[in-house]
Design a protein. Structure first.
Length: 67
């Protein structure tokens, strides 16, 4: 698992595996800030979190790998 944070867009992405081009077949939006990416078997491959500084329950976002 890998977590990346884009500080400019205030978005985080949690990778449960390396995702190849075209591997995400469906995206489920839980709300306006959280999207779940699924592969062709319906397995979760990643989660996108928008407004990460507000939505992630951690005190220091610097713990994430910046992109």
């Amino acid at each position: 698992m890998k977590v990346e944070l884009d500080k400019e867009t205030d978005a985080a992405y949690i990778y449960f595996k390396d995702i190849g081009e075209g591997e995400v077949k469906n995206t489920i939006s839980l709300n306006e800030s959280i999207n779940i990416d699924l592969d062709n078997q319906g397995k979760i491959v990643g989660i996108e979190i928008l407004d990460a500084s507000r939505n992630l329950p951690i005190a220091n976002l610097n713990e994430f790998i910046s992109i």
